[in-house]
Design a protein around this ligand. Structure first.
Ligand SMILES: NC(=O)c1ccc[n+]([C@@H]2O[C@H](COP(=O)([O-])OP(=O)(O)OC[C@H]3O[C@@H](n4cnc5c(N)ncnc54)[C@H](OP(=O)(O)O)[C@@H]3O)[C@@H](O)[C@H]2O)c1
Length: 432
């Protein structure tokens, strides 16, 4: 048994500084839990000035370096905690740490969702573990429950609100009827959105997260690029208002489902019934809804980002990694991805759809549009017609469940009708 477990912290930014603070604050309690002192022996940053500018962290300058590789190669370090983010150099540093037989903890969804196979296979080969609880849902425990507590279930679906930035924007649009651009600006002002918000707003962040969750839940290896994704930048205040009138709210959903003919994995805005628990998840909060054949429905809810919430998940992983070192039991967590299942193309998805169409305000328009739907075997569950500005009218349709490719073919024909000015939006209605 070791008396001291040495941590090499790669990154001392938002999450890294939270981890440093928690390890310091709970040093005594953690020591009891693992029977060893957990000590941050070395810290890597990009720019030493950044650390000097943050005296409140009370970091010993002698422990800080810009040479992350030297930490990874240090034989006295037991656990590498990678909190740099992005694909490189994070991926290479993680691989190098594994080659040196170290336990690895990371919050890096990009590396896990794209390079998970390489990383987890090497860990397996080396008899060590890679833990990544903070990579999805920030402070919400979800990876560990899927791998351990829910393992007695066949999971049929996971539906999550896993991106705080987009949830904040949609919540603000819903609460105050403001536009996407106004809500984004507000999110940026409040520090909830990056200056370049594309990864969040266009669904890339959520796609990486649902790839990770689906890989674990369905024992497959889903990579981020396999996830169909659409962002929220095309959502208009009209869509939000009509959704409300019809009993729905719009959320950016990350969905993973196992069906008889393959996996359905996607990220897109969707209308969900106001009575569903996910409909009440607002602002920067995240929630993940899981359905298993034994447990039924469970929902995990909490802060999906932020220094201390994310650090809470990282510290949980550090303790697991440290305990396994103490018990001489490393390399047992392993990868749960032992099957190969096809990911279904989005065109095969069967869903209800909401369509908002702007047309000329003339008699017979509704009949023409309805005929195209009828010819394409798209059945309509409800229709609303409203006068718009000038000689425009707005037609709002909700369809019965239909194959996406049939719906898209009908939309292409509707766009060509002379009386139709524009198909403003097509949004899936998700029966969660
Ligand atoms: N922020 C959250 O709420 C949150 C939540 C869940 C998961 N995560 C994940 O946690 C990870 C870290 O995110 P973060 O928000 O803490 O990032 P961050 O604030 O940008 O911090 C990154 C840290 O890495 C250091 N760094 C960058 N390049 C480096 C290099 N080549 N060598 C050594 N150090 C380097 C930076 O150094 P300087 O200090 O010198 O710039 C900084 O300390 C990411 O994978 C992210 O996706 C974040």
């Amino acid at each position: 048994m070791k008396k001291r477990i040495n941590i090499g912290l790669l990154g001392l930014g938002t999450v890294g500084s939270g981890v440093y603070a928690i390890l310091k604050k709970r040093r005594r309690e953690l020591k009891r839990l693992v029977d060893a002192d957990i000590v941050v022996k070395a810290i890597a940053v990009k720019d030493l000035k950044e650390v000097k500018n943050r005296p409140e962290l009370k970091v010993d300058p002698a422990t800080v370096t810009t040479d992350a590789a030297a930490i990874v190669h240090d034989p006295e370090i037991d656990i590498i905690v990678e909190l740099i983010g992005g694909r490189e150099p994070a991926r290479s540093l993680i691989l190098e740490a594994l080659r040196h037989g170290k336990q690895v903890v990371t919050a890096n969804k990009e590396v896990i969702a794209n390079d998970g196979e390489e990383v987890l296979s090497l860990a397996d080969e080396m008899g060590v573990d890679v833990l990544f609880e903070a990579s999805v849902g920030g402070g919400i425990p979800i990876i560990h429950p899927l791998k351990e507590g829910l393992v007695g279930n066949k999971i049929s679906r996971i539906v999550g609100i896993v991106n705080g930035t987009t949830n904040y924007i949609l919540s603000r649009m819903t609460a105050d009827g403001i536009s996407f651009k106004e809500a984004l600006k507000e999110a940026q002002k409040n520090g909830y959105a990056e200056r370049n918000p594309d990864a969040d707003v266009e669904g890339g962040d959520a796609a990486a997260k649902i790839a990770i969750l689906s890989s674990i839940a369905f024992n497959d290896r889903v990579k981020a690029p396999q996830v169909y994704r659409e962002g929220i930048s095309a959502i208009t205040p009209d869509d939000i208002r009509y959704a409300d009138e019809m009993g729905y709210v719009i959320k950016l959903l990350a969905i993973g489902k196992e069906e008889a003919d393959g996996l359905d994995v996607r990220v897109h805005p969707a209308m969900i019934d106001k009575s569903h628990p996910l409909a009440g998840v607002n602002d920067v909060f995240n929630a993940i809804f899981v359905e298993g054949d034994a447990v039924g429905e469970v929902m995990f809810y909490g802060r999906g980002a932020g220094s201390l919430p994310a650090a809470s998940a990282v510290v949980g992983d550090i303790v697991t990694a440290a305990r396994d070192i103490q018990n001489n039991d490393t390399g047992k967590i392993g990868c749960t991805c032992f099957e190969i299942k096809p990911v279904k193309p989005i065109g095969d998805l069967v869903s209800s759809f909401y369509l908002l169409i702007e047309s000329n305000d003339k008699p017979g328009v509704l009949a023409q549009v309805s005929k195209v739907f009828g010819d394409a075997n798209v059945s309509l569950a409800s229709v609303i017609q409203k006068n718009g500005a000038g000689n425009s009218a707005q037609l709002v349709f909700i369809t019965y469940p239909v194959k996406e490719k049939n719906l898209r073919a009908a939309v292409a024909k509707i766009e060509k009708l002379e009386v139709v000015k524009k198909v403003v939006n097509v949004i899936r209605v998700e029966s969660v």
